[in-house]
Ligand binder design. Structure first.
Ligand code: 13P
Length: 252
């Protein structure tokens, strides 16, 4: 069976003191048990401090974004090798906020995915539809386009060392969660698309759900066969809330 990954995307929140308290709270409350792992993704400036604080704990550290370039004249960007150097093991790529606010295209996201892997970082590829797209009945084709952009350049084998996060845009930060059935349908669709290319890789890839996941709805979502964890925004900012989701993962 696939392990569950509980990942916190802090987005642009926190400061040194608040982060230290949050991380200490998470480390102190990691549930007993196996079959799950915990990850936090702080803003860039805090990565080194959080890596230092989590050393020797059950909590891994990832970034929220990464440059598609290895190095050079890209003012303001952060290279995948730098993140690896700092101790990051994961990088979120293609979050809907990056696609919508910063105009990242699926091709650019695919380049970031490949650049992360080349540096030894596991990319967490975010896919998901807007409310308009869902209502128009195009959820699957939107997700397919986002997934295929990566498969076309990186190939199915690259999914052996990657994570996918299905994040319906309409559920992010809105308090509106996809029902376990709605999420499962899309997760099954994604895994089915990978199965057609390589059944073994499809069976191994973790597909996380993201969008207003919290302690109260985590168990229902995680009980679904193709939901292998969560990418959590708001509820990752308080140790108690994040640990409630971790507890659901530990009991799954
Ligand atoms: P919320 O959990 O705040 O809805 O955010 C989800 C998300 O965007 C995680 O990447």
């Amino acid at each position: 069976m696939r392990d569950i990954l509980v990942a916190g995307n802090w987005k642009m929140n926190g400061n040194s003191a608040a982060n230290a308290e949050l991380v200490a709270g998470i480390i102190a409350g990691v549930p007993q048990g196996s079959g799950f792992s915990l990850l936090v993704c702080p803003p860039y400036p805090y990565l080194a401090a959080v890596v230092a604080q989590t050393e020797g704990s059950a909590v891994s550290v990832g970034s929220q974004n990464v440059s598609e370039h290895e190095k050079g004249a890209f003012t303001g960007e952060v290279a995948p090798g730098m993140l690896r150097d700092l101790g990051c093991t994961y990088a979120i790529v293609g979050h809907s906020e990056r696609r919508a606010i910063y105009g990242e295209t699926s091709a650019q996201v695919a380049a970031k995915f490949q650049a992360a892997q080349a540096a030894g970082i596991t990319p967490i590829l975010c896919v998901g539809e807007t409310l308009e797209e869902r209502e128009a009945g195009t959820t699957e084709s939107v997700v397919d386009e986002q997934l295929d952009a990566v498969l076309d350049v990186a190939g199915i084998d690259a999914l052996a060392t990657a994570v996918i996060a299905y994040e319906p845009v309409w559920a992010i930060g809105t308090g509106m969660t996809a029902s376990p059935e709605q999420a499962q349908d899309v997760h099954r669709h994604i895994r089915g698309r990978l199965e057609a290319l390589n059944a073994n890789i499809a069976a191994g890839v973790q597909i996380l759900y993201g969008g207003s996941m919290k302690g109260e709805n985590a168990a229902g979502l995680l009980a679904k066969p193709d939901i292998d964890g969560g990418l959590i925004g708001g509820a990752s900012l308080k140790a108690e809330d994040f640990l409630a989701i971790a507890a659901a993962a530990a009991q799954n």
